[in-house]
Design a protein around this ligand. Structure first.
Ligand SMILES: [Zn+2]
Length: 467
């Protein structure tokens, strides 16, 4: 009888708990969709401030703005974490054309890649040679490359369902193509934009010269996908085309900037920390609404939604707005460094840096046991059409926190339209849908709520089951 009583008691407790969780998720989603702040904050970041390249005045304005907004939420702690960041500036707009015969030119859309050097004053004109991949540069060798501009024309693979996989498949061309071409005597590189769509926007992004001597560095730019197709077509007809481009970007001295941090201190285990974040810096061509204004405002709203939904976290929940993800990752590294030196115990970190589109779920860097535990929460997310709980990549900014004790996760929104906008002039506010953004913020809050409530240990859970 006593035994039966315990079983009944446990059963009702579990039922009650599941019911509470379902109710709390409903509150979180309702709050986000009816009085969420994420869209309003994004409007300000995008339309009142704009692109937030590290070290720029706009980046500093964004630091000040988000700190004030955190303070307005009445959090337990709000602070700025100083970090030195690189400062690369684009300078005057780039200009480029190809020349089919003397004086007959066709303009094309390019933009300097982040970190690139400028062309010589007055621009750079040379013969152009096309390659399909990074490896092809070596195959062509010095004989065919020396003195020329190398045009790396590798389209993103269209039949991959995860467009991030397609992006990863050709990011080496953008990042390291110039350094490789320079080794064989090239004078510049033009790289096809990492965009699955055919359009006129060139997409920037970081590039690096590795250990290439300063004197051997060559300028590198991205060309729009439409113009990459056009140029490739023209080259098929005439291998002797001249290509001209001018850009006067520059790497200046590092400057002081900040990660912006807001915290709700844990009511039971204040020393166990859960991080939710995105990156506050962006590229400069658009206003960085999807990358990563969305992740920033969603992370801010996680703290607000917990409060609004009457949830008192047991553990400390920190929203971290990281500086300098795009061209240095200094903010992410600084945060992890400080966490280590203060011996802080981080149990979970969640990043949103894949755009503000309809959320589909999360990918996790964790053990099989933790994944099983997370997957057991699936029914709670079913009403919100969140179904993806798999192992996979989390996020760049939280990456440096990785160790055996922490679980890392990334929000996985639908990715089909992300690379239409990524790092381009059309990454702007009007391309973010209010409800999609709010559903993302709610999904993140829901996961944080569950992680806070049940922790990331699996042993205690097993014990519960044995009872
Ligand atoms: Zn990003």
């Amino acid at each position: 009888m006593k035994h039966l009583f315990i079983v009944v008691f446990l059963f009702t407790t579990v039922q009650f708990s599941a019911q509470t969780d379902a109710d709390n998720l409903k509150k979180i989603y309702s709050n986000s969709l009816t009085n969420g702040m994420s869209y309003q904050w994004l409007d300000h970041l995008s339309n009142q401030i704009g692109g937030r390249l590290s070290g720029s005045l706009n980046a500093e304005k964004a630091v000040r703005y988000t700190k004030i907004e955190f303070e307005n939420l009445g959090l337990d702690k709000v602070w700025l974490q100083p970090v030195m960041v690189p400062r690369w500036v684009r300078g005057a707009p780039e200009f480029a054309y190809f020349e089919t015969s003397p004086g007959v030119t066709t303009n094309v859309n390019i933009c300097a890649l982040g970190g690139s050097i400028a062309t010589p004053v007055g621009g750079l004109k040379a013969k152009i040679v096309e390659v399909g991949t990074y490896e092809d540069i070596k195959t062509l060798g010095r004989e065919k490359v020396e003195g020329k501009i190398v045009f790396i024309n590798r389209p993103m693979q269209a039949d991959l369902i995860s467009t991030f996989d397609a992006y990863g498949g050709c990011s080496v061309e953008r990042y390291a193509g110039a350094a490789e071409a320079a080794k064989y005597g090239a004078v510049g590189t033009i790289v096809r934009s990492l965009n699955l769509r055919l359009d006129d926007y060139p997409h920037t992004g970081s590039m690096g010269y590795g250990d290439l001597e300063v004197s051997k560095r060559i300028p590198s730019a991205a060309i729009s996908t439409n113009d990459a197709e056009l140029l490739s077509g023209m080259l098929a007809l005439n291998k002797n085309l001249n290509f001209f481009f001018s850009q006067n970007c520059k790497q200046l001295k590092d400057v002081q900037s900040y990660n912006v941090i807001g915290e709700i201190t844990g009511s039971e285990f204040p020393n166990e920390i859960i991080v939710v974040g995105g990156h506050l810096d962006s590229w400069d061509l658009g206003d960085g609404s999807h990358d990563d204004g969305a992740g920033v405002v969603q992370s801010m709203d996680v703290l607000r939604l917990l409060k609004e939904s009457g949830i008192t976290p047991k553990r400390t929940i920190r929203a971290v707005l990281f500086m300098n993800e795009e061209n240095g990752l200094r903010g992410g590294r600084k945060y992890a460094e400080a966490a280590t030196s203060k011996k802080e115990k981080h149990i979970f970190a969640l990043e949103s840096d894949s755009g503000g589109f309809t959320p589909r779920g999360f990918s996790f860097e964790c053990s099989d046991a933790i994944l099983a535990k997370v997957q057991s929460w699936r029914p709670l997310f079913k009403p919100y059409l969140i179904h993806f709980f798999e192992k996979g990549y989390s996020g760049a900014d939280i990456g440096p926190l990785k160790d055996d004790a922490i679980v890392l996760a990334g929000l996985r929104p639908d990715s089909q339209r992300y690379f239409d906008h990524h790092h381009a002039a059309n990454d702007t506010f009007e391309h973010v849908n209010k409800r999609e953004l709010e559903l993302g913020a709610a999904s993140m809050t829901a996961l944080i709520y569950l992680m806070d409530k049940y922790g990331t240990e699996t042993i205690s859970n097993d014990d519960e089951l044995k009872d």
